[in-house]
Design a protein around this ligand. Structure first.
Ligand code: TXA
Ligand code: MG
Length: 311
């Protein structure tokens, strides 16, 4: 999609006026506001119906801006060099003199940060002198938005502006790694954990168990299309939508395909759009065939698992 400078200027104006707007990222759309301004940040929580206790990710365009707010360490530098900008979020120690609003972190001493790759958003971030707090642009527990029309569907007229950046290329939220003490994965996402392990040269603990979570963002009921989802299904019920990893010879009007050739990145990119489409068609339930549990397939399975908890 072409860069539209006048839309970026419009978005900047809203943000400079402490409004909360939707912005594109390569993972999913975000609901963004000035991370240094409590009034602006509070609007995000209200619009998203997000519990105050669930902290936000802050988005930066470069390292020198980040260093004003957080302490960095060797592991961070290694991962930053390899993967940023890109679909990875880091938990770092917050500096005491940082200007980040207490509402972003719910008064915690750590901060989730990320360098998004989407060109439109990078131009916007470079044009403002504050970082952007932005959770995914969906109502809490619902499916994330991967295009401007999804955001519109979620918020309607309640949102002042949506900066359209086309369809998100990764289509799944960032992978979250905490670099406080020894590195650990807190959320599976768009970046394969194996790639992170290769750079850090160690196996990482994956700590995404929703029952142990202090943060409701990893809660069990999440990423739900709002109708029951049954996973690892060989035979769907009559009149149930059936999601398959790749195109099949047998055709049915109830079959939905995630990919042409079983490419898991493609499947991740299409997952949320596919679930939204099925919901809109009025199906009462969704069955999904078994998805290979490798690479980003693990992230897809994580989302489907959580979605399947909706009853
Ligand atoms: O790809 C993404 O990460 C998207 C785009 C918009 O950047 N953002 C996103 O944000 O997925 P959100 O708010 O939907 O998910 C952020 C997750 C939540 O589960 C939250 O609990 C966790 O990050 N988080 C935020 N701050 C944290 C912290 N200090 N320690 C641990 N987890 C944290
Ligand atoms: Mg989210």
């Amino acid at each position: 999609m072409k860069i539209n400078q006048s839309n970026i200027k419009k978005a900047k104006k809203y943000l400079d006026n402490n409004k909360c707007i939707a912005v594109p990222t390569e993972t999913v759309y975000g609901l963004a506001a000035n991370a240094y301004n409590s009034l602006a940040v509070k609007k995000i929580f209200r619009l998203k119906k997000r519990p105050k206790s669930n902290p936000l990710i802050v988005h930066y365009s470069n390292l020198s801006k980040l260093k004003k707010d957080c302490f960095i360490n060797d592991n961070f530098i290694k991962l930053f060099r390899k993967f940023c900008p890109g679909p990875i979020t880091f938990i770092l120690k917050l500096k005491k003199n940082s200007k980040i609003s207490n509402h972003v972190t719910n008064n915690k001493k750590t901060l989730a940060i990320r360098f998004p790759k989407h060109r439109t958003l990078r131009i916007l971030l470079n044009s403002i002198n504050y970082p952007l707090a932005a959770p995914s642009a969906n109502i809490t527990t619902r499916l994330s938005a991967v295009q401007a029309s999804d955001v519109k569907e979620e918020f309607g007229k309640k949102i002042d502006y949506i900066l359209d950046g086309g369809k998100s290329k990764v289509g799944m939220e960032s992978t979250i790694v905490t670099l406080i003490n020894s590195p650990k994965i807190l959320r599976l996402g768009g970046l394969d954990v194996l790639k992170i392990e290769k750079i850090l040269q160690k196996k990482l603990k994956i700590d995404t168990n929703p029952l142990k979570k202090k943060f409701p963002g990893q809660s069990r009921l999440h990423y739900s299309p709002g109708i029951p989802v049954r996973i690892k299904i060989d035979k769907p019920k009559k009149n149930e939508a059936y999601i398959l990893i790749k195109k099949r010879a047998i055709k049915s009007q109830h079959y939905y395909y995630l990919t042409k050739n079983k490419n898991l990145k493609e499947a991740a990119r299409n997952l949320y759009t596919c679930l939204r489409k099925i919901k809109k068609k009025g199906y009462k339930s969704i069955a999904v065939e078994k998805i290979p549990n490798i690479g980003v397939g693990k992230s897809i399975n994580d989302r489907l698992n959580r979605a399947s908890k909706f009853k």
